[in-house]
Design a protein around this ligand. Structure first.
Ligand SMILES: [Mn+2]
Length: 355
């Protein structure tokens, strides 16, 4: 297990590499070229500069989150092959730089979705929360402004303003795409990139849908164990795997996460561990990582990863905003550092207890 922290790059992230380096047990970051739009090629010199910045701070790049996928690929539009070629070139350039973990998602139109980015909790901290009744009562066009108003001025990952400015067109692109079509487009994409992944030893790790159900009537195909097993069987290559995001899968109480870990054995390349507190049907908020703080048994999750022989990369997922920090929602330093230490402590105890 390698503990990491997500870092959005200088100029985008207010958390510094120097701060991350001081979190016990963290030697690597999960990072990205944050200014890149889906479909753009990541050039060798840009990757080299990112790598140099991380390494100058005494850290390594443990993986990329994310290389986002262009909507033409997700919808199976005629220009998808050109965008897949770009994606392959990006993977080659990452592979040449020795980077071999890429997280991505296949969610249509909207990436992760929340209705409140700074919900006040009883302890005075703020956190991201979701309420399906809010989604049901608003127009998807208002979704972007709802989040932008609360984002502390940060561009939110996966919510590229340039892309979402064309929301109407985006919805039109997806109007004939149902789950079966989306799945077929994912298969086409994965089959196209597997040769370059095999050549460079790159693990592709799909992120589950967040929340784990359809939003605004759009199809979603990475919601539960069945979906995950279907996609792994569909392109049965060890380089095609999963980002186990407990906070995303855990939004649906029917998802037994330790059970899912057991079934996915060997195909979990990356884990996002966080806790959520389910506050009602279709409602949840992000809690501290501690098992006792939310609805997920984080100990049982870490134990299941250990028992499955997991030796991949972990990061504490979102944190609350605590101690007055004004960070990117979900991505402040303090609560994620607490999360990293808690998860590392659990792992140490499980590992030593097992011997
Ligand atoms: Mn996640």
């Amino acid at each position: 297990m390698q503990m990491t922290i997500r870092w959005f790059g200088s100029g985008f992230d207010v958390v510094t590499l120097e701060q991350i380096r001081q979190i016990p047990g963290v030697k690597g970051v999960i990072t990205t070229l944050y200014g890149k739009l889906p479909g753009e090629v990541w050039q060798k010199d840009e990757i080299a500069a990112l790598k140099a910045a991380v390494e100058a701070a005494g850290l390594t790049i443990a993986g990329i989150e994310s290389v986002n996928i262009h909507d033409a690929i997700k919808t199976g539009a005629s220009e998808r092959d050109a965008f897949i070629e770009n994606y392959i070139t990006t993977l080659e350039n990452l592979g040449e730089a020795g980077i071999n973990l890429v997280c991505y998602n296949f969610m249509p139109v909207f990436d992760w979705t929340r209705t409140d980015l700074a919900k006040k909790r009883p302890d005075g901290s703020t956190t991201m929360a979701y309420d399906q009744s809010v989604i049901d009562s608003i127009d998807p066009n208002d979704m972007r402004s709802l989040l932008e108003r609360q984002s502390n001025g940060f561009v939110l990952a996966g919510w590229e303003p340039e892309r979402l400015a064309k929301l109407k067109e985006l919805f039109t692109l997806y109007q004939d795409v149902d789950e079966a079509k989306l799945r077929a487009n994912l298969k086409y994409f994965l089959e196209s990139v597997m040769p370059v992944c095999r050549k460079y030893g790159i693990n592709m790790a799909i992120h589950p849908d967040d929340p784990a159900w359809s939003v605004f009537g759009l199809p979603r195909i990475v919601k539960n164990e069945d979906d995950l097993l279907t996609l792994l069987a569909m392109v049965d290559d060890p380089r095609s795997g999963v980002t186990l995001c407990t906070g995303s899968l855990g939004t649906n109480p029917a998802n037994d996460i330790p059970g899912i870990i057991k079934s996915l054995k060997g195909r979990i390349h990356f884990a996002h561990i966080r806790n959520i507190l389910r506050t009602g049907p279709g409602r949840f908020e992000e809690s501290a990582h501690l098992a006792s703080a939310g609805s997920l048994d984080v100990f049982a999750i870490m134990k299941a990863l250990f028992d499955a022989g997991f030796d991949g990369i972990i990061r504490p997922d979102h944190g609350r905003n605590i101690w007055g920090e004004k960070g990117m929602p979900g991505y402040g330093l303090f609560d994620r550092a607490l999360g990293a230490c808690y998860l590392t402590g659990l792992w140490e105890a499980i590992e030593r207890g097992g011997k």
